[in-house]
Design a protein around this ligand. Structure first.
Ligand SMILES: [Zn+2]
Length: 264
């Protein structure tokens, strides 16, 4: 009896080990299958993404590709509080014709200064006098203006953090002003009544023909985050100035439009 029990016990143990081994084998095989399927799925997904993105690029027409590249051109460079210029940004600038400058030495991007002078000349022929009161301003100069404003506010009793925040509402932070880029000018006055002048009317009708746009229109404040400035004009080139006017888009909207190959 005793011997038989021992033998039976041995047999039991033997079959348990067999079942456990079988279960382990099944688990092992299942894991293998899962890992294999997962890696294949990942490959398939990556391949799909690759295929669809190549398809997208090759589906663009030549014209769409050209528009996408245009968005990176110097004359369409976007400068605003979200897209500041690097601290060491430099650009070649030339003097604006003295007869169209409020004071001697006002400068503009050398690549676009002729367009600016031509526009002022054409206005003059139409009996309209455009006088540039602000042109290119270096980032160093902008820093100086900004710091002066901050210091004045601190003298008026603001703490430093509040002074910086308050200064930024009236003077652009260094690198965030289009004047630092060299492609923006202010005409005649920085007061809103400028919109009631014949100069403003002339600019509204003709600026695009010389490659200039009204950069901060009244109805685009929600996008530009800059209050209406009827005196501030930006050079973007004739083609784009005309297109922006036709599409009624501000620069932020227009650049997004170009990046999509010219679709809204
Ligand atoms: Zn300005």
């Amino acid at each position: 009896m005793r011997e038989e029990r021992i033998v039976r016990g041995y047999r039991h143990r033997n079959s348990y080990t067999g079942i456990i081994a079988l279960l382990l084998l099944i688990i092992f095989v299942l894991c293998g299958i899962i890992v294999y399927m997962a890696s294949n799925y990942k490959k398939a997904v990556t391949a799909n993404v690759d295929i669809s993105s190549t398809q997208m690029v090759s589906e663009y027409t030549e014209e769409q590709k050209r528009l996408i590249e245009e968005a990176n051109q110097w004359y369409l460079r976007l400068v605003n509080p979200d897209n500041p210029l690097p601290e060491n940004y430099s650009v070649e600038v030339s003097e604006i014709k003295p007869k169209y400058s409020n004071y001697v030495g006002l400068k503009f991007d050398s690549r676009a200064v002729d367009a600016l002078n031509s526009m002022c000349e054409a206005a003059e022929k139409d009996g309209v006098s455009l006088l540039v009161i602000s042109g290119y301003r270096s980032i160093q100069k902008q820093t100086e203006l900004f710091n002066n404003k901050v210091n004045n506010l601190i003298r008026d009793g603001y703490n430093e953090a509040d002074a910086i925040a308050a200064a930024a509402t009236v003077v652009a932070r260094p690198g965030t002003s289009e004047h630092n880029l060299g492609l923006a000018v202010d005409f005649n006055t920085d007061q809103e009544w400028f919109e009631n002048t014949k100069e403003f009317k002339w600019l509204s009708e003709n600026a695009a023909n010389y490659g200039f746009i009204l950069r901060y229109p009244k109805d685009k404040y929600s996008i530009t985050k800059i209050t209406y400035e009827p005196w501030h004009y930006r050079y973007v080139g004739v083609e784009h100035a005309k297109e922006m006017k036709r599409l009624d888009m501000c620069l932020e909207e227009y650049i997004e439009y170009l990046k999509k190959g010219g679709s809204k």
